[in-house]
Write a protein that binds this ligand. Sequence first.
Ligand code: NAP
Length: 313
Amino acid sequence: MKNIENVVIIGSGPAGLTAAIYTARAQLEPLLITGQEIGGQVSITSEVENYPGFPEGLTGPDLVQNFQQQAERFGTRLEIDEVTEVDFQQEPFQLTTHGGQFRAKSVIIATGASPRRLGVPGESELTGKGVSYCATCDGFFFRDKELVVVGGGDSALEEALFLTRFASRVRVVHRRDQLRAGQALQRRARNNEKISFVWDSVVTDIQGKDAVEAIRLRNVQTGDESDLKTDGVFIYIGHIPNSALFKGQLDMDDQGYLIANRRNHTSVPGVFAAGEIADPIFRQVVTSAGEGCKAAIETEKYLADLEDRSYPG
Ligand code: NAP
């Protein structure tokens, strides 16, 4: 087993990478365990138009690359692996990954959230065969095809707009008759002639053998069922926090979001939370980056205080 790390950051989205930039600049030599893919959700976002400092906007993958370069420039070590187990009951904290074990004086959790699934027949079987949660990754394959986007929030409309670059038609299926998305996106979507809306409807089944062929819809007002032919289904119905790893070790709310105070401290001293893992409300790149910064500053203070007492290990 390696030496005791000052700080291990779990997760490589905007929160984790910002925490890395700050802790690295503070000479704490952070180790960042990336998770399955670097960048988290923003790496599958087609276009980021509201991150300050980029007036023309930029793609999610480009923004992630910038974050990563900046974190590495100050000496962050990236471990491309996934944490499978943590033990915060003893000091130093213990972390197990597929590839090894680590001990750490402090931990910043920035594991974010994952797309919520519909949970209907055909969804898992046809994922990658027309069912997708990532327009940036898969939109290109649907040139001149007809698509369905499920959801009524900002993500659904933003990605529906992106998909109009390829598809001949995009139908947005929403379970109510009012969108949750912000007004600016609503206006753009309503003004796009390739986009139409199917209101008050839920998807109950995704059909197809080797590729998506149709979906079954149920109108929640009338109970009527109908089939709609489509070549692909893009699902944007919110997120669930990636907190299963911390069950029983850290306090969380009934949705599974970690409970952290306004200074990003979790229920265990020395373990901090940043970004969407503890934020069911704002979930913006800029707020996640800000939370990463706050968690890093608090970690720095925590480690400085640790120096004043003898440390086990
Ligand atoms: P969201 O705001 O939670 O919206 C989820 C949408 O999916 C809602 O319209 C919801 O319907 C619907 N939904 C939830 N569960 C469903 C189910 N089982 N079946 C069918 N529909 C279901 O999620 P989001 O759009 O991913 O946005 C997440 C956060 O990121 C938000 O705070 C958003 O503002 C932010 N965001 C911002 C931008 C931007 O600023 N450009 C872009 C993307 C995301 P109801 O409306 O009926 O609840």
